[in-house]
Write a protein that binds this ligand. Structure first.
Ligand code: TRP
Length: 336
């Protein structure tokens, strides 16, 4: 059986190390697997549901995100990279699915609920925002995706998609839509903590290291990282748990023995924060240098990036058009 993978990101800024460990690395692997078709969607329409007044941000981020994809090794010859807003079949499917979903059900979606809180919408929730889980169901089903690799926070979206699929197939006595499975990141790789140690790396918390950051910027961020606030003098015993430097070494340093040694030394006392930060800096610079170089090269020709997105979108549209036809057939609304 062929696996169809669909995943994507909202373009609201550049991508950071959290995206890299949480999803980008696994996408690069997925595109190499047999019997696996990979679609990667830049969800600009979804980004606009809470950025209606700031389309420039979305528009600019579109190319940045595409550059980040290519820089980490997502290959447009192997993965179809496309832009959500360029596929008119997606909002069309959304319209039909909306009739199968209650407003109460949308209000109960835990991710939507917490985002409403976060964004401070209060009583003025944009309708487009409230229904974005349904548009996400359209994204996924248009490609008959069998698997959707996303973070833990997207679980409620997949739940809603599965409900839409079941409701649609039952209501119209069809088997057109495919119920997708979620693929969660391996343990410990889902939510990379930010450099402040306070929460997940995110643009809004301003605690990220970006794939496009300069070497100087990376170093500055590493040197400012949260460690163990009680580790004051070099000789003091230090804590490794919750210490962002060690969390990152666990994730990014291949030399596990060395990390273990450093941890033991730090816990005993006698190993200073500056030393471990310098070491982490070397590790991160080595990870990010080839990505940044590739990115800088690709950035020289933004026209080529848009061309790549256009070609991907054309391929994606052909697939979505076929599904839409089947959906309308099932509903009996292909009148002529
Ligand atoms: N909701 C996802 C996010 O915020 C983006 C997204 C939109 C998506 N449509 C999708 C992810 C379909 C997977 C499948 O990151």
């Amino acid at each position: 059986m062929e696996r169809v993978i669909l995943t994507g990101d909202r373009p609201t800024g550049k991508l950071h190390l959290g995206h890299y460990v949480g999803s980008l690395k696994s996408r690069v692997q997925l595109q190499e697997e047999d019997n696996t078709k990979v679609y990667i969607m830049i969800a600009d329409q979804q980004a606009l549901t809470d950025n209606a007044d700031n389309p420039e941000k979305v528009q600019q981020s579109l190319v940045e995100v595409a550059l980040d994809y290519l820089a980490v090794g997502i290959n447009p010859l192997k993965s179809t990279i496309f832009v959500q807003s360029q596929i008119p079949q997606l909002p069309e499917l959304t319209m039909y699915y909306l009739n199968l979903v209650s407003v109460a059900r949308l209000n109960r979606n835990p991710t939507v609920k917490s985002e409403i809180q976060e964004k401070g919408f209060n009583e003025s929730i944009p309708a487009g925002f409230l229904v974005y889980p349904v548009s996400q169901a359209a994204d996924i089903t248009a490609f008959k995706a069998t698997h959707v690799p996303v973070g833990e926070d997207q679980k409620p979206m997949l739940e809603q998609t599965r409900e839409v699929v079941r409701d649609f197939n039952r209501t119209y006595r069809s088997d057109v839509l495919v119920e997708p499975d979620i693929i969660l990141p391996p343990k410990g790789q889902g939510r990379l903590v930010g450099i402040d140690g306070k929460g997940k790396m995110s643009k809004s918390l301003n605690n990220g290291i970006y794939l496009s950051d300069s070497a100087d910027m990376i170093q500055k961020k590493v040197m400012s990282m949260y460690t163990d606030p009680n580790h004051i003098r070099v000789d003091d015993p230090g804590q490794v748990e919750g210490n962002v430097v060690f969390t990152y070494l666990d994730v990014f340093d291949e030399d596990k023995e060395k990390v273990q040694e450093l941890k033991e030394h730090y816990q005993r006392g006698g190993l200073g924060d500056v030393k471990i930060k310098r070491y982490l800096n070397e590790v991160l610079q080595a990870t990010l240098l080839p990505i940044r170089e590739r990115r800088e090269e690709l950035e020289q020709d933004r026209g080529a990036i848009l061309e790549m997105l256009k070609e991907g979108s054309e391929k994606a549209e052909a697939v979505a058009a076929q599904t839409l036809k089947e959906v309308k057939d099932a509903m009996g609304i292909n009148y002529f």
